[in-house]
Design a protein around this ligand. Sequence first.
Ligand code: PHE
Length: 345
Amino acid sequence: MTAGGDLAALVTRAVQEADAAGSVDAVRQIETDLLGKRGELARAQRSLGSLEPEARRSAGQEIQLTRARIEEVLERRRSVLAGAERAERLAGERLDLTEILDVQYRGRVHIVQRTRDELEDVFVGMGFFVAEGPEIETDWYNFEALNMPIAHPARGMWDTFYLELGDPETVVLRTHTSPVQIRLLQQQEPPLYAVMPGRCYRHDTPDARHTPIFHQIEGLVVDRGISFADLAGTIETFTTAYFGPDIHARLRPAYFPFTEPSAEYEITCTICKGAGCRTCSQTGWVELGGAGMVDPAVFAAVGLDAEEWSGFAFGFGIDRCAQMRHEIPDMRVLIENDVRVLRQL
Ligand code: PHE
């Protein structure tokens, strides 16, 4: 009978079309064409009616066999395509958390604030606590309680901004963070170990190392039996912790009305590594701030007995620290707010 040859051709056709099918839908279409109610196999089945019972049975069996083989061929192809389609869909839905998108720049914490945070961390690690005071101060806190009576020549060390508030020259933008020492000593009984960061103002002409608005971090230790060695050791520990072992510190004799003896605290210029450059005025050293043993007159101003208590204080520039740590030749970039610079810091 001819049906056998037709049936074999149907299986071959199924194999070829299934191979060419690119999707599960295409396989379904082949299935309809070959195995559906109006498909090729159904037609062969219908023609069985005209056969003798004997022949009908064997032809019927062949048709069933053909159907099973075509189903198998199509099923195998379908499962391959379905797997590929699922993989493609999953890949499309996958969330790649490491992907870097070209998004708008978000901004960041300013380098001076970050430096302040880092300095606080170093001192907190050494057992200090952090305190703050107001930026607008009275003459008494900024000068007088710090052993600088009215008309004291040492006031000339600070180029003060006076505010038009109250009597003339009684209210100032604080010229340093030292007045916070006084506020703290009024509030708390010693022993105390504190750092006091904040913004300060001086009537200075901006240059590579100065801006009229800047930041200091004040340190104050008051306890029994504190010596200059404690001060030197604290400064040394801080310097290596913050700047690294290559940067050296030196203390040079200096004068401040509220400390005795007093010292100037300098570190190797990080811009030229000590060779001399514009930033350090060719000296190889950059002054970070002042330090010294708390003067008995300061203890007297807050009613503490200088026979019982001793201490040291220091104050240095946060902006200077940022400048030296990040090797910024000119400090004015810190306040110019050019995003091209700020993004690099
Ligand atoms: N207040 C001083 C200044 O601004 C620095 C200083 C602080 C010196 C503490 C001694 C002790 O120049």
